[in-house]
Write a protein that binds this ligand. Sequence first.
Ligand code: GBH
Length: 474
Amino acid sequence: ETTAQPHTDTSFPTGFVWGAATAAYQVEGAAAEDGRTPSIWDTFSRTPGKVRNGDTGDIAADHYHRYRDDVALMKDLGLKAYRFSISWSRVQPTGRGPGVERGLDFYRRLTDELLEAGITPVATLYHWDLPQELEDAGGWPHRDTAHRFADYAGIAARALGDRVGIWTTLNEPWCSAFLGYGSGVHAPGRTDPAATLRAAHHLNLAHGRAVGALRAALPSSGQTSVTLNLHQVRPLTDSPADAEAARRIDAVGNRIFTGPLLDGAYPEDLLADTRHLVDWGELVRDGDLAEISRPIDLLGVNYYSPTVVSLAADQGAGTRNDGHGASDHSPWTGSEHVAFHLANDELTAMNWAIDATGLHTLLTGLAASHPGLPLMVTENGAAFDDYASPEGRVDDPQRIAYLHAHLDAVRRAIADGADVRGYFLWSLLDNFEWSYGYSKRFGAVYVDYPTQLRIPKASARWYSRVIGNNALPR
Ligand code: GBH
């Protein structure tokens, strides 16, 4: 420690980007308005048994109609940035052809409102809502989908590039590939290991091509990024077997993306682990890796909980504790002998273990492996069993504790040399938590769904003070 008061400095760098995040299908509603067509999540949520209580995103938090009030709320909380996603099937209902102005207009209105409130818009092009027509044509396992995505990226950037400066191509491609096509707990609900790996490659390719389309359409000040849910993988014990389990999960959970995106190649051990499932030589064509590894300006990191693994003798152990609902199929393609464990028994309402040191390790690890690459925490937060008191208050001390611990981990990572530019709380609002429907509340702001009334939780007020002070409470 070299500073004078090492244990009392709780402040963040000047200009640190304080934000909150949402995603189109989770908050917008208006599922059939202004030309929007179904995405894979509309189809999936309408399929009986796929989403808890049969919930859908038809109305969600009605953000499509209430965005003005929601921006006013953000301004009131002092947010400096808002991370939202664009619904592909609003902009290109068939996943092809020209953009639909009525769909684009929503994002023009939203971003105008944000800019007027002094809030920086941060747009994600894909937060899991593939136009159903493209899934019907083969979805992400089909190479053409990557080309369709680049076209869509160009349309969105030409329409909004004058007001949106920070662009993220994909949110958590691991979830799209491995939960969507592997375990099937996410849309489109397929359970095919070969399709999973093909999807992963085509998501990488889609990102790379989209970065090219963004660069062509954006002013030179435009920033491009991708958001990954990097698994902070830990072996259960120091045995060689558990180290092997950690290596495998790191390969198929992290390096399958960071390898091609940041380092220009798929790792050899990943190819070896999975070559019985897919013909990588046929899948990865000449020129793909150069496109995928186009330089980006920022890496987005989403973090919730660490991933603790051991090597199990029993086949199928990989299905346990994956945190994503019941499936007979493991998302961990090619890692059937790996078992998953909780890091501790302090759990959120998702039954995810709370361990903020994982975020520090992740950020400092990236700073060491990829020096010079600016980082942004694009999601972090927790679900708890929040409820509104008869007086209309929502007290969520557990969320305050969670945020405090994780923000302190970010602050320490910065002090240790990680170039972390900002932090986005997941989520601004309670919303549609995918296969859990509305049963899980991640918001800093409570949503009473029957009335759509917004109630800032105690954690929102707490976060607002942190932003105002640019520092954590001592
Ligand atoms: C994000 O996904 C999404 O981007 C967002 O839309 C979603 O609402 C939010 O998080 C909350 O779920 O070790 O058992 O914890 C996060 C998905 C969750 C995938 C944790 C990996 C690890 C399994 N990730 N999960 S476990």
